[in-house]
Design a protein around this ligand. Structure first.
Ligand SMILES: N[C@@H](CCC(=O)N[C@@H](CS)C(=O)NCC(=O)O)C(=O)O
Length: 217
């Protein structure tokens, strides 16, 4: 079996997928796709022209959630989805909340404005960023902070796809010049620190940060 992962370095969804591939020890080839300028035939690979997409022996999968669920089936260890039905469904809920609601605000609201806009020759709308930071993001982070009270992981007592999804979005939040405030969200701040200390996250953060520092000047 040969696998190709289509994506770009700073995408939180690509990073999430790469962390899962690394934890499961799966080999793959990386193919660079710029989401702002995908190749002309890319929609055959990813119908919405988004990254990541995975090619497996000539078949294609789009969306990090579908890809990671597939990877769990082909390499069940380490298990990143609980077997208990309720714990499994709660894991999928958190993954969805993070990939959509957290991403829409922390990554697309803050990181995209501050880092991607200047990279593609557009200006950052800092008023918009401040609105996200002051109004939209606090209740989203507060919910996860409450859910993490007295726990190391979002669901059960081991790492799941939900923790990886959150760790990945928080890399972009950090690249965007923000952090999870340990005074306001102590449980989530500790969780983020634990995620970012995992070897696949630590390695990618080091590589990406050097680039981000250059962009931020
Ligand atoms: N839910 C998708 C989100 C993927 C996504 O939005 N990727 C962004 C890059 S971070 C993208 O490809 N954007 C290009 C576009 O939407 O046209 C996933 O988990 O894979």
């Amino acid at each position: 079996m040969t696998m190709k992962l289509y994506g770009a370095a700073l995408s939180p969804f690509v990073r999430k997928t790469r962390v899962v591939l690394a934890l499961k020890g799966l080999e793959y080839e990386s193919v660079h796709v710029d989401p702002n300028n995908p190749p002309p035939d890319y929609e055959k690979i990813s119908p919405m022209k988004r990254i990541p997409a995975l090619e497996v022996d000539g078949q294609y999968l789009a969306d990090s959630a579908a890809i990671c669920a597939y990877l769990e089936r082909i390499q069940p260890q380490p298990a990143l989805y609980p077997s208990d039905p309720m714990a499994y469904a709660r894991t999928l809920w958190f993954e969805r909340y993070i990939d959509y609601d957290i991403a829409a605000n922390c990554t697309f609201g803050v990181f995209r404005n501050r880092i991607i806009m200047p990279l593609i020759g557009k200006t950052c709308d800092e008023d918009k960023v401040q609105h996200y930071l002051a109004e939209k993001i606090p209740p989203l982070l507060a919910y996860l902070d409450r859910e993490l009270e007295g726990r190391e992981y979002l669901v059960g007592d081991s790492l799941t796809i939900a923790d990886i999804a959150m760790g990945s979005q928080m890399v972009n939040f950090r690249h965007g010049g923000e952090c999870v405030d340990p005074q306001r969200y102590p449980n989530l701040a500790a969780h983020t620190e634990r995620m970012h200390a995992l070897a696949p996250f630590a390695a990618t953060i080091e590589k990406e940060s050097a680039f981000i520092e250059k962009v931020r000047g």
